[in-house]
Design a protein around this ligand. Structure first.
Ligand code: ATP
Length: 233
């Protein structure tokens, strides 16, 4: 199957000689929330890095809205509307919240943050505070907000709930649901299977760099074999 939104077609990605992603295909349709799950080291982050051009695939192709993006520089891929929120929540700790948001804008965009504050009212209260002094949860909100200000067509989010306490995990889950309602296309990498099962339209399960399963959250819930073999810890 392929579509004309985000289409990853049979990619193979390496770190030097280490072959990490094997013939992986996946697609994300416009307006969909797609979950990508699997154990540590399964290749989820590398898949996102392949899409955004930080670790380009050696073979296979990735296209976005019908245009091949694999082989393009990361900044050109970003400019086409693919936003990426890394696992390490890259924010600038010494800049204020406002400055962090401004840095996320593309040149020529207005600093129009109201939509971000709808999702994260806390950020509005903390606009003039240095980002490094925010709590872990607030830093994660800022990391998401920083990418949202550029109005991406697709949002790739790498483990947004990692290390967060349960109330903040719920907050992230609410934001994903709200973004989905607002039509935002999302590819969500998570270790927190419940968050994916509750929010995604479709799910891919990866293990050892290969796709092991694709289906709806309901189909995954019913597939004990896949859960035991590739997800249970
Ligand atoms: P995690 O949840 O731990 O981030 P993941 O599913 O995102 O896991 P990746 O980080 O994509 O997995 O890692 C996939 C494989 O690639 C692992 O075997 C990992 O050791 C290896 N790997 C990741 N980054 C590098 C690197 N920079 N150089 C060499 N090997 C790497």
């Amino acid at each position: 199957m392929s579509n004309d939104f985000l289409d990853v077609n049979s990619i193979n990605t390496y770190y030097g000689d280490a072959h990490v992603i094997h013939d992986l295909s996946l697609e994300v349709g416009e307006g969909e929330v797609v979950g990508l799950v699997g154990r540590n080291g399964a290749g989820k982050t590398t898949t996102l890095k392949s899409i955004i051009g930080l670790q380009p695939p050696r073979t296979g192709a990735i296209s976005f809205k019908g245009e091949q993006i694999s082989g393009m520089a990361p900044e050109d891929i970003y400019r086409r509307g693919i936003g990426y929120i890394a696992e390490d929540r890259s924010i600038f700790p010494k800049l204020t919240v406002r400055e962090n948001l401004i840095v996320g804008l593309s040149s020529g965009q207005d600093p129009e943050f109201d939509e971000i504050f709808d999702y994260f009212p806390r950020l509005e209260e903390r606009l003039d505070q240095k980002a490094g002094t925010l709590s872990g949860g607030e830093q994660q909100m800022l990391a998401i907000g920083r990418v949202l200000v550029s109005d991406p067509e697709v949002l790739l989010i790498d483990e947004p709930t990692e290390g967060l306490m349960p109330t903040l995990v719920d907050k992230i889950s609410e934001v994903v649901a709200q973004l989905n309602e607002d039509g935002q296309t999302i590819l969500l990498v998570e270790q927190n299977i419940d968050l994916v099962l509750n929010n995604a339209d479709r799910v891919y399960v990866m293990s050892h760099g290969e796709r092991q399963f694709t289906g709806t959250p309901e189909e995954l819930r019913e597939n004990e074999e896949i859960i035991d073999e590739h997800l249970a810890v």
